[in-house]
Design a protein around this ligand. Structure first.
Ligand code: GSH
Length: 325
């Protein structure tokens, strides 16, 4: 996890030359190189289970690029809101990729840059560019974060909503503390409002699910004629969709992608999973990481509930004893 220097610290990541190397020296989640080290220093700010980070790790693996990483805890700690990260990525999201001193902050631009700038198989062959762009556009427009919020149930749903409330509080606090970043934090607050509004309508979840079902139908029809999205070759379009399809499977669409429902999607998904890059994309949280990322927030919440419970119980006991007396 990134140690997060305070905003005013001169050593905040994102400033000055040599920052990427220095982060790696601090031993922050350095990743083992996947290929002989290229001349460029590639540093990824990511989170193991984030969909957009998955796309980027997949692209790095497909191209055989060696990289170093910093995990930005987008769990309850909301490290992505910290001023040092805001300076790198003013939208306060992961991933961010630094190639030498160049910072790229959108997963789409990152995977396109990785393909363009590194040797290895060309993932956007010129003759397929239009098709690849079409399919990447389509996946970019999918309401994945709305869907993830809408589809979670029970305790996880409650935790996600609670976490959004905490994020709001943290944003207001940070905004007061760092007036220079007020606009950045205001945008993020508006973004949270938009997200909540999108899932708050009575039919919101149903509409989101229908949208995805229609997209899966479209994929099923399209894949009838070919092995990969843009034809006979695996391209950046398949790469971008891999993370999306894996996430859909995880959040309730597994049956919709089963061989008996959509056999072509199922076969394509199997081909995607069989690629050597799959393992680089999927990163389950290790027990230690889960404890580190979520533990403090869970402990704080349960402690609060525990204190409240006993305050009420003892208060009632005292009140009753007064009545009895
Ligand atoms: N369009 C951006 C979206 C990035 C994004 O939404 N990242 C999520 C994780 S997949 C995130 O950082 N969420 C934390 C937050 O919004 O505060 C991209 O493609 O890079």
């Amino acid at each position: 996890m990134a140690s997060s220097p305070s905003a005013d610290s001169a050593s905040a990541p994102g400033e000055g030359s040599g920052r990427i190397l220095r982060l790696a020296e601090e031993g922050e989640s350095a990743e083992p190189p996947t290929a002989p080290s290229p001349a460029m220093v590639v540093h990824l700010y990511h989170f193991p289970t984030s969909l957009c980070s998955q796309k980027v790790r997949l692209a790095l693996a497909e191209k055989g690029v060696a990289w170093q990483g910093t995990i930005v805890n987008i769990g309850p700690a909301h490290e992505q809101l910290q001023p040092w990260y805001a300076k790198l990525n003013p939208r306060l999201v992961v991933p961010t990729l630094a190639i030498d001193d160049e910072i790229i902050t959108s997963s789409r631009e990152i995977i396109e840059a990785i393909d363009r700038r590194f040797p290895g198989p060309c993932l956007v062959p010129p003759e397929l560019r239009d098709q690849v762009t079409h399919w990447i556009d389509l996946q970019d427009q999918l309401p994945m974060r709305e869907l993830e919020l809408a589809q979670t149930k029970g305790l996880t749903r409650w935790l996600k909503r609670w976490s959004l409330g905490q994020k709001r509080k943290q944003l207001r606090k940070l905004s007061r503390k760092h007036p220079v970043l007020t606009e950045v934090y205001r945008h993020k607050l508006e973004d949270i409002d938009k997200l909540e509004q999108a899932v708050s309508g009575r039919n919101a979840t149903r509409e989101l699910v229908e949208e995805i079902e229609a997209v899966l139908d479209g994929l099923e029809r399209h894949l009838g004629e070919q092995r990969w999205l843009a034809g006979d070759h695996y391209t950046l379009a398949d790469l971008a969709w891999t993370a999306v399809i894996a996430r859909l499977e995880h959040i309730g669409f597994a049956r919709g992608m089963a061989a008996h429902r959509r056999p072509r999607v199922a076969a394509w998904y199997l081909r995607l999973r069989e690629r050597a890059s799959w393992g680089a994309m999927i990163r389950r949280l290790k027990v230690g990481q889960a404890l580190r990322f979520y533990g403090p927030a869970v402990i704080k919440t349960f402690l609060l509930v525990w204190v409240l419970k006993w305050t009420i119980v003892l208060g009632l006991g005292w009140a009753l004893s007064q009545c009895g007396g």
